[in-house]
Each structure stands twice: as C-alpha cells, then as structure tokens.
Design a protein around this ligand. Sequence first.
Ligand code: T4K
Length: 370
Amino acid sequence: MKNIYVNRPLLPPLEEFVPYLEKIWDNKWLTNNGPFHQQFEQQLADYLGVKYISVFSNGTLALLTALQVLRITGEVITTPYSFVATSHTLLWNGLTPVFADIDPKTCNINPEKIEQLITSATSAILPVHCYGIPADVERIQQIADIYGLKVIYDAAHAFGVKKEGVSILNHGDLSILSFHATKVFNTIEGGAIICPDEKTKKWIDYLKNFGFTDEVTVVAPGINGKMNEVQSAFGLLQLQYIDKALELRKSISERYCHALSDIEGIRIVDVPDNVEWNYAYFPIFIDNRYPCSRDALYNKMKAAGVFARRYFYPLISDFPMYKMHKRGDLSESVSIANSVLCIPIYPDLEIEEQEKIISLIKNATAGGLC
Ligand code: T4K
C-alpha cells in the first residue's frame, strides 16, 4: 500500500483547468487584479456568505496585512495552540504576542483567560478557529467591547464553517483564510481577508498592492500580497468541487467517529451541534489509559506508512523566539499539545486506507512497538 499522508490536496480534473489557462494566455493578464481575480472574489464571497473578501497570495500575508489594516499596536492576546504563522505575523508587525490558555474541549483560546492578560498596551485579540471549530465568538466580542479591543480571527482552517447557519467569518473586525494546498479549499497557495464594508475592502486592496491608489499615488507602505490569475482561475474551478469534497470529508469523519469513539484512552474531536463543520482535520487526543504514548503511536503509524501529524506540537510559546513572551499558566495547552495526533483526512482517502489507520490505532500494542 502507498504512503498515507495527513493531507492530500483537492485537485480538479486537469483537463478542466486547461481552458482557464488558455484564457490567461490569450489575455496576457497574469496578475494585478485581473479578470479571474475579480470573478473569484465575487464568487467566493457569495459561496461563503460574506460581504467583502480580498484574496491574497497566501494566508500569512493576509494575516500580516490584516494587522496593518486595523493599525494594531503593542500587545495582542492570542493562542499558543496554532500553526506558528499566527504569532509570526505579530512579530513581523513589531507586536508582542501574549498567550492565553485554551479550552481543552475546543482547542481554542479560553475567553475566561483573556481578561486577566489585558494591559494598557493591549490593542487586539487574535483567536484561531482551530481545526475549523469555532472559537467562542460571542464571549470574545463581549470582552473586546468592554475593553475597546479589535478582534482578528485567524480562520485559516475555517473555510465554509457556519454557526447557527451563518458563516463564522462574519465575526470580529476581520477574519483571514488560508487556501494552502493542505487546506479544505486550496488555490495551491492562497489566502484572503474577510471584512464587513466596502471602505475597508478598498483599504485592504491598496495595502496588498504596495499602497497604490492610482498610478502615481501611494497612501501607505503596502506590501505585495496579490493573488495571481493562475491561482484565481484555479480557485474558481475548485469552487465547483468543494461541496463534493466536504461531503467526502464528512463521511470519512463519521467513519472515524464510529470506529474510534469507544477506545479507552482516546478522545475524539467534539464539535457543537449548532456548527456546520468542514472536517478540516481529525484530531484525536491520547491519554495514559491508552496502551502507548502519543509519540509511540505516531512512530508506529509512520513505520507502517501512515504519516499522521502532531498539529499543534510544540506549542508556539515553546519556540525560542516566543519563550520570553510567556506570562500566564498554559497548562491546558501543554496537555493538549502533548496528547494530540491528527490522523489523515482528505477527500481521496480510500476506505481500505482508512481501515488500515483505524486498525493501527485499535491494535496499538501489536508488533511490539508500543
Ligand atoms: N494560520 C493557521 C492557523 C495555519 O494553520 C496556517 C497554515 C496559517 C495561518 C498560514 O497560512 P498559509 O500562509 O500557509 O496560507 C502545513 C501548511 O504549510 C500550512 O499552510 C498549514 N497552516 C499548516 C497547518 O500545515 P506543514 O509544514 O505541516 O506542511 P507539509 O508540507 O508538511 O504538508 C503536510 C502534508 O500534506 C504532507 O506530509 C503531505 C501533504 N501535502 C503537502 C503539500 C504541501 C501534499 O500532499 N501535497 C502538497 O502539495 O504546514
């Protein structure tokens, strides 16, 4: 059997992409707000149920820019349990990350830990909808309103996620998405900022194009964050396949839930009933009632050709450049980072492959590795 990775990109039929490429060749318009870029932004906003969206060449540049859009300064309260890009964008903006512990049930920032970390230097909260599971958006907004803070959601994992029928991307001042190859919806590399009004969208569009408002006017020290025409065309085609991909993810997730929910020492991801999830990741959490450690299972799976990943271990706060920013107690984050294993989930995962993964987890002690 071939190697099984944690993720495999959603790819549309190659022959269907060729006409898009032909159009780009005909137009000779490769980037800088071309026709596919404009069409993609429109269709994406409609699909996601959001008002305004500005697409970027990747999610990291979208987040870097979002912090500039809102002119965030000083300290930003964020989660240590995320991909390192979340906090890197703070350092790149000269901001100080302040880490709040997570709620172990959702793996998202625990709002009750935020208030005690607010100082006169705090200007924003940067939560993550980890694995596509919504953060506690209501409570976070309450705190932000009381203290006059901005909220930027790192929604890199949350493409298509809805809470009570409404896109989760409509919360906070801004949200960002990632369309990286490993994400539920990809444009090879890509990302976006979601914003609530036209004025902000315009400002974002200036900032992602060096700050130009016309040929001769630069209004801010912008960056080059533009999505090109090939990525945009790819995105347009991907939109035709995303619903099917989400359905396939759902059935894989259901099979895992069914097979793994009664294993002692394993907790599976818990998604609230009012959430339409996107099955972006399938994390399991391993405790000491399981016959072997998380790392022993990870290695055993690897030896069998199954490349699960420990997203998100190590914690961001444990990387050398963040150690000095540690303040409060992060014990829940530590415990989740030490117990998590994300097992493969993607639309092309075959049933036999999934059975192999389940069997490895169920028979952990077989083969003497655990
Ligand atoms: N915020 C959050 C919360 C994020 O998770 C991320 C990115 C960002 C911000 C930043 O967004 P971007 O700037 O990336 O748009 C991957 C991704 O590179 C990264 O996008 C993602 N989060 C992170 C969670 O995962 P790695 O280093 O684990 O990727 P890699 O190359 O090891 O790939 C994982 C597996 O996927 C491979 O073992 C095989 C498979 N794969 C990967 C690629 C790239 C493929 O089958 N084909 C491929 O083309 O970071």
